[in-house]
Design a protein around this ligand. Structure first.
Ligand code: PHE
Length: 344
């Protein structure tokens, strides 16, 4: 019996030497010190021995049990320490490593341009408002002096939503001018607003035409607003955006909802007026239509044209970055090619 105990002791110590993790240590404990197996079991079987033997074997077994318990506690502490050390080692932060770059997004070149345009006009005291892309015939045409069958409807190749004709017919707005009416219906002078937004035309696309494009509408209505105010506002804007030296041209034009009507062009930034593909060999690039709000338009929204006058303008947005950066293809803006977009 004593021999058996000694054997168990050496076996236990041998096995313990090979253990290198807490889980194995636990099964070792169950095997040698657990209630059902190992030493306690041997101690339980002592009853079959003589008193003399029982004393000797019992004492020896207890001695071994104590020594194993002691060594178990030590081993356990050792393993725990080692695991903490290896954890710290694994999760150590090397502050000298170069950081991982965080890829940042960027604003679309058209969004950047819109923000810039809005900032210029905000500094001049204009408020920014937005309106619906889907519009009534009434706002897009009728209220702007373009009744059914008016030849000016041909200026705007329209994408219709409803098939029946009339004021209550819906369409995708062909310009931002319908917002002139909505604003004047809802507020009284003094009015100074700009309206950035999408507009749509049913046209074949090419290098300078898209069926969806952006405009910024401007409207100022007050007492004593004159064509001179319109001119100075737009010259100021063009000089701010394209540089003080840029030549700006102001010429007569026709739009049913303004009288007189004008078109504003700037000298081509690409060829400086000598003529190139970008300016269709004219030396000038038209960037906006404008004029004094027609008295019939004012009357229709209940503003007395004897007291108030106003100016309005509609600016094409895509042309601005095209001119500034020498982009000769409008479709690049909306084809989602990151190689293009990442340059801005
Ligand atoms: N809405 C016109 C267009 O799209 C531009 C314009 C706006 C002209 C305001 C005069 C006044 O062509």
């Amino acid at each position: 019996m004593l021999e058996q105990l000694e054997e168990l002791h050496t076996q236990a110590l041998n096995e313990l030497g090979k253990i290198d993790n807490i889980a194995e240590l636990e099964s070792w404990r169950v095997c040698y010190l657990g209630k059902k197996k190992g030493l306690p079991q041997i101690l339980r079987s002592l009853s079959t021995l003589s008193l003399e033997e029982r004393k000797r074997v019992g004492a020896k077994a207890n001695e071994i049990k104590k020594s194993l318990e002691l060594i178990l506690t030590e081993k356990k502490r050792g393993l725990e320490e080692a695991s903490v050390i290896s954890l710290v080692d694994r999760e150590k932060l090397d502050v000298t490593l170069p950081g991982r770059p965080i890829p940042t997004g960027r604003l679309h070149p058209i969004t950047q341009t819109l923000e810039e345009i809005c900032d210029v006009f905000k500094n001049m005291g204009f408020q920014v408002v937005e309106g619906p892309d889907v519009e009534w015939d009434y706002y897009n045409f009728e209220a702007l002096n373009i009744p059914q069958h008016h030849p000016a409807r041909d200026m705007f190749a329209t994408l219709w939503i409803d098939s029946e004709v009339g004021e209550k017919s819906r369409l995708l707005r062909t310009h931002t001018s319908p917002m002139q009416i909505r604003i004047m219906e809802q507020s009284r002078p003094p009015i100074r607003v700009i309206v950035p937004g999408r507009t749509y035309r049913y046209e074949a696309t090419d290098a300078t035409h898209e069926s969806m494009f952006y405009q910024v509408e401007g409207l100022a209505v007050d007492e004593n607003i004159t064509l001179a105010n319109l001119k100075s506002t737009l010259f100021e804007f063009c000089h701010y955006l394209f540089g003080e030296e840029t030549k700006v041209r102001f010429r007569c034009d026709y739009f049913p909802f303004v009288e007189p009507g004008v078109e504003v062009a700037i000298q081509c930034l690409s060829c400086h007026g000598t003529g190139c593909r970008l300016c269709a060999y004219t030396g000038w690039i038209e960037i906006l239509g404008a004029g004094m709000v027609h008295s019939d338009v004012l009357k229709r929204v209940g503003i007395d044209p004897e007291i108030y006058t106003g100016f309005a303008f509609g600016l094409g947005v895509e042309r601005i970055p095209m001119l500034r950066y020498g982009i000769d293809e409008i479709r690049l803006f909306y084809s989602n090619d990151l190689r293009f977009l990442k340059q801005f």
